[in-house]
Design a protein around this ligand. Structure first.
Ligand SMILES: Cc1cc2nc3c(=O)[nH]c(=O)nc-3n(C[C@H](O)[C@H](O)[C@H](O)COP(=O)(O)OP(=O)(O)OC[C@H]3O[C@@H](n4cnc5c(N)ncnc54)[C@H](O)[C@@H]3O)c2cc1C
Length: 334
């Protein structure tokens, strides 16, 4: 096994699981929290490590192939990471899966859902988010630990050009490698309608401007059901503002913003969304933003790459017609 001395001497290290060369949400934040050192594992790890390099000052990678087996991977990483006091994983689905296995293999505590974590004078200190962010718990451990960092809680650091270095791991998929894993029969692509909004690459967001004045509750619900169907046809997930979730037209798991879900999609299409700071605060840095709003000077349109100054519901119904999505009878005709 080739293990660079610099990796072994890191005090804090971000461990990031890549899938087919893509980084999970919160990867660069975990690296920043770990002081700039990162180890990228998973499938397409080299490509993902290169994508992460501008946000890290040291990057190692080990391609562990397709079909992630977290138990075997934790066992393979155990010997490598034993001397690193603080290991930070992004709180993405794979990070949350791997972190407790790593903590068990390394025989150290797990600080899950940290919003801050650091290693200082042989102590790990963290602040953990509990009860849907309503309670913050300060913890301290006199020794090494593993932590997951909630995505969307801190800034990232840009270091410039950093070399990525390959690390050889024992093949975690080989016969005889310790670590209990379920047998993976198939890996299905997530359904945009039900997937974790935080992970969605494309989001159609609806705001109060989608609902014409005087529309009853059934009509408003039908509008958001239509938004969800159109989004699904486009391979996108549905998001909403707090006005929409407070009214019960969509569930709170769909609310984007500072008191909702933090997203970071490739594409965000906002229909009838004003763009209040509490909403845009949860948008991350979408690569493309489209705003559909009757007010050309709304904050949402001001931050959009493409602003369509028109009635949002009419546009949604026309989109549905062109995509062959049935429009429920309760949707008001405008
Ligand atoms: C402590 C706190 C936390 C909050 N957290 C969140 C949060 O996490 N997420 C969140 O979203 N909000 C949050 N809010 C609420 C936030 O301040 C805004 O009130 C909310 O985001 C506005 O939602 P909206 O854009 O749907 O509605 P509105 O503010 O009513 O805006 C509607 C928009 O639609 C446009 N419009 C009107 N008619 C049409 C039409 N026919 N076609 C197209 N456009 C039209 C209007 O020009 C306007 O821009 C929070 C507020 C507080 C105080």
């Amino acid at each position: 096994m080739t293990v660079p001395v610099t990796l072994l001497s890191a005090e804090s290290l971000a461990v990031v699981v890549a899938r087919a060369g893509s980084l999970p949400l919160g990867a660069a934040e975990a690296v920043a929290e770990a002081g700039g050192a990162a180890l990228v594992v998973g499938s397409g790890a080299k490509q993902a490590a290169e994508a992460l390099a501008p946000n890290a000052d040291r990057v190692w990678w080990a391609d562990t192939g397709a079909g992630l087996r977290v138990g075997a991977l934790a066992a393979a990483l155990g010997g490598l990471l034993d001397g690193v006091p603080l290991i930070v994983l992004p709180g993405s689905p794979d990070g949350r899966d791997l972190a407790p296995r790593l903590a068990a293999v390394l025989d150290r505590p797990l600080f899950a859902q940290a919003i801050r974590v650091c290693y200082e004078v042989a102590n790990v200190r963290a602040e953990l988010s509990r009860v849907d962010d309503r309670v913050l718990v300060a913890v301290e451990h006199d020794g090494p630990a593993v932590a997951t960092l909630v995505p969307g809680v801190r800034s990232v650091v840009v270091y410039g050009s950093t070399d990525v270095v390959e690390v050889a791991l024992p093949d975690p998929l080989s016969e005889g490698m310790p670590g209990s894993d379920v047998e993976v029969l198939d890996v299905l692509e997530p359904d945009p309608a039900t997937m974790d909004l935080a992970e969605a690459p494309r989001v159609l967001g609806g705001g109060a401007g989608l609902v014409p004045a005087g529309t009853g509750d059934a009509g408003a619900r039908a509008i958001f059901a239509l938004l969800t169907s159109v989004a699904a046809r486009l391979g996108a997930s549905t998001g909403a503002t707090r006005v929409v979730t407070d009214a019960g037209w969509l569930g709170y798991d769909r609310q984007i913003g500072t008191t909702g879900v933090a997203i970071d999609p490739e594409l965000y299409v906002a229909l009838g969304v004003a763009g209040a700071s509490q909403h845009t605060g949860g948008l991350g840095a979408p690569r493309h933003v489209v705003s559909v709003n009757t007010d050309a000077s709304s904050p949402m349109t001001a931050m959009a790459d493409l602003g369509l100054v028109t009635d949002a519901l009419s546009l949604l119904i026309e989109l549905a017609r062109r995509l062959d999505v049935p429009v429920p009878g309760e949707v008001p005709r405008v």
